[in-house]
Design a protein around this ligand. Structure first.
Ligand SMILES: Nc1ncnc2c1ncn2[C@@H]1O[C@H](COP(=O)(O)OP(=O)(O)OP(=O)(O)O)[C@@H](O)[C@H]1O
Length: 346
């Protein structure tokens, strides 16, 4: 495990007005539909709040910080399929002349800033394609932000994807190798061995080569190996927590242990129940923007309202919940004393 960097002092600057009255949320009607505000009225209120806002500078104790995300944006650059299909054809050349170079930009995250303290359990929610996995990849350093920076006191570890398995080797050998590959010493790997075997529930198949495992068995082994580490900053993407009901029940206990030992945990989940149960704070990412950051009850309630409107095709009502939630978000500016920056994540 890398040595935590403690010699920096980030400041959080809150640009929300402390004195300005909060904009009232539109009252729900009897049918649960929101009253529709005129756009002008809504935007007038937003700009009024901004005009009156004054920065509130909160100086944070450096030993408290686990992760600082500073104006991070991510734009994926992908080649269009036309480019692949007919890269030298005349039609393709003409089409490229009309549509551009054949490259497309996919904006995934826009200007995210937040600071996470040691000991926090942070839930990350958002509808499909909102940017959650992209943020997790940025935190682990798997990809670099297009603009902005991400800092962490130690490399955040994503549970479930770090252990690479070797098909020709037995389950037993894969456990030993996987633990070493994740940075454990041979002694630590030996100490964790029984726990990994028990968690995987694959005692009877440990001598078989991995190529004889079903995909479910292989992912159980991979997940069990991944939990052998005790990282300072832990990321759990629920989508990676595979396995049957019995396996999931067994993993919950180990996950709780890992969470308790970790300095800070990020949990990505579509299950609001799990988020409320496990997290002390929730980030809601929507359409690539950080929309809310705060109390799990409040944030999940806004999110539920938003998704309900969307599922009923009440797009304007959903948009109002979006705007209303965004207005409550503190604008955070991460600022470091010169020469005292922590290292980049990854
Ligand atoms: N490798 C990639 N190349 C191009 N675009 C990508 C890539 N990965 C993600 N995207 C795009 O970035 C946006 C955010 O995707 P991301 O996977 O981060 O969302 P998500 O919130 O994790 O979604 P889900 O809940 O469905 O897992 C989407 O528009 C997606 O199409």
């Amino acid at each position: 495990m890398s040595t935590p960097v403690r010699n920096y002092t980030p400041r959080r600057v809150n640009w929300r007005s402390s004195g300005a009255p909060a904009t009232e949320a539109p009252a729900p009607t009897a049918t649960g539909e929101l009253d529709i505000l005129e756009d002008e009225q809504l935007f007038e209120e937003i700009s009024w709040a901004e005009e009156d806002s004054a920065p509130v500078v909160e100086r944070l104790d450096s030993s408290d910080i686990a992760v600082a995300v500073d104006h991070a944006s991510m734009i994926y650059r992908i080649r269009s399929s036309t480019e692949y299909l007919n890269s030298t054809g005349r039609f393709s050349r003409q089409l490229r002349r009309i549509t551009g170079s054949g490259w497309a930009n996919v904006p995934a995250l826009q200007d995210l800033s937040f600071v996470v303290r040691q000991g926090e359990s942070v839930g990350v929610i958002g509808t499909n394609g909102s940017g959650k996995s992209t943020l997790m990849k940025l935190l682990t350093g798997k990809i670099r932000p297009t603009t902005g920076e991400i800092y962490a006191t130690s490399t955040p570890i994503m549970l479930g994807v770090n252990a690479a398995l070797v098909k020709q080797l037995s389950g037993r050998e894969n456990i030993k190798l996987g633990c070493l590959a994740m940075g454990l010493t041979p002694k630590e790997a030996a100490e964790k061995y029984d726990m990994v075997v028990e968690l995987s529930g694959l005692e009877d198949s440990l001598n078989l080569p991995l190529k004889s495992y079903s995909s479910g068995m292989a992912s159980r082994l991979q997940f069990a190996i991944a939990t052998a580490v005790d990282p300072d900053i832990l990321i759990i993407d629920e989508a990676l927590n595979t396995g049957d009901a019995q396996f999931r029940a067994r993993t919950k206990r180990r996950l709780d242990e890992v969470r308790q030992q970790a300095g800070c945990v990020f949990l990505v989940s579509h299950s609001l129940g799990t988020i409320k149960q496990m997290c002390s704070r929730v980030l809601w990412i929507e359409q690539g923007r950080l929309l809310a950051d705060g109390d799990p009850e409040w944030v999940t309630q806004q999110y539920q309202e938003y998704t309900e409107h969307k599922s009923q095709n009440r797009m304007r009502s959903a948009q109002i919940v979006y705007e209303r939630t965004l207005m409550q978000l503190d604008q955070v500016q991460v600022d470091f004393d010169s020469g005292t920056r922590p290292k980049r994540a990854g």
